[in-house]
Design a protein around this ligand. Sequence first.
Ligand code: BES
Ligand code: MN
Ligand code: ZN
Length: 496
Amino acid sequence: MQYLIKSGAPEKQRTACIVVGVFESRKLSPSASAIDKTSKKFLSSIIRRGDIEGKAGQWLMVYNVPGILADRVLLIGCGKEREIKDNAYRNIISHSMKQLIGTGITDAISFLPELNIKDRDWYWKIRQAIEAAESAIYEFNEFKTRNKPGRRKLKKLALAVPTRREQSAGEKALKHAVAISKGMELARNLANRPSNVCTPTHLANQARQLGKTYKKFRVKVLNEEQMARLGMNTLLSVARGSREPAKLIIMEYKGGKAGSKPYVLVGKGVTFDTGGISIKPAAAMDEMKFDMCGAASVFGTLVAAADIGLPLNITGVIPATENMPGGLATKPGDIIKSMSGQTVEILNTDAEGRLILCDALTYSERFKPATVIDIATLTGACVVALGSHASGLLSNHDPLTRDLLGAGEFTGDRAWQMPLWEEYDKQLNSPFADMANVGGREAGTITAACFLARFTKKFHWAHLDIAGTAWLSGKKKGATGRPVPLLTQYLLDKSK
Ligand code: BES
Ligand code: MN
Ligand code: ZN
């Protein structure tokens, strides 16, 4: 979809459709009022008949509005005027998109960014509008041969700002939002692909592809032999049960000065998690194709950063493998020496994410990073704790924690901090090795992060557990593209 920023009065817009808000109860937004005036109270006369109250979720398409240049006016219920919060705003936008898409309209102009949202400026409102719109119209049809929805007719959406003065903030928001949306789309596509297509090799090929598309990308892929030489044994211990070869994918975006320290993003890339010998139950196991959403978010964030042209160096590190049972698979009780030299007793082969991440984190030391953030669908416990609304955040550096929480608040892609206290860390003690790979039933998200913390002593590090946020289950099953907005915002803030 093509987006543009436009200023000017609603009644003067020559377009197929003007989108304006109606508040509860039957109160017109400023642009709806302007149209009402020019049309000699046409809108109020319709609304008075009671077809739209202004409640969130309501809508009404109005034709033949006299005195204006547009073919139609789409009225969108916005709820109570005083109570529009960030989230409600995004919902209003996505709702308006679903109505626009459902018609044969090819172009439209939306005045919804005029809504007042507490503490939010034009940059924010335009950016959120475009990101919400792009998310709302996303579809994954790569594998449908029948009932494929016809090509979308809506091609062009203008977002209205009141005057020329807001134009440049709007343009900047547009550029950022389009880049972030493209990153989210890539992340969602990769994650939605089934594991028989989206293998570690597929991810490596995607990375190579990006290396060709973007001048500022350097891509390197290590195979199992090269990883073995580096001593990445815990990573390889996860791959042993699988016939698909594991890969370590390294993508360097060089947008910053030559010597400036990179921000390193490490993404869990388990392309399918059966649990291994500690095999998972059958119910909903298909969703374990999403166990590479951390990796997908690294791809997405790098693409967004490159499209924005961030003046930073950013390095993506993706340990990619399947977790399968098999004749050579790692068994409970096996002890493995990690790349760091620390030994791990593997008590549960389903706690495989931390085993691939710990070696990837040790590998990241070589970049002399500014910060390292790992992103992983790491624990079911995180879904229990935070549901699908917030990602779990654990970190060894308070300023980094603050930065990430702030980026989450700004984008609506929120995270919530959990503690990394040593009482939790003790749960990992093993009688046979330096540590066990599981810490018992209690505080599963925290003990998983405590495990990773033992490999991140040499840099500022944060861990995002995205098990609850990276995809939705049930009727709306599919990847969300999170936390691409949070990560990109963090990097945008760092580049200021
Ligand atoms: N990929 C899963 C985590 C997961 C489970 C994410 C369900 C979303 C929904 C991870 O590899 C895993 O299996 N973790 C185990 C850890 C346990 C064995 C300590 C879990 O959460 O059950
Ligand atoms: Mn697992
Ligand atoms: Zn997993």
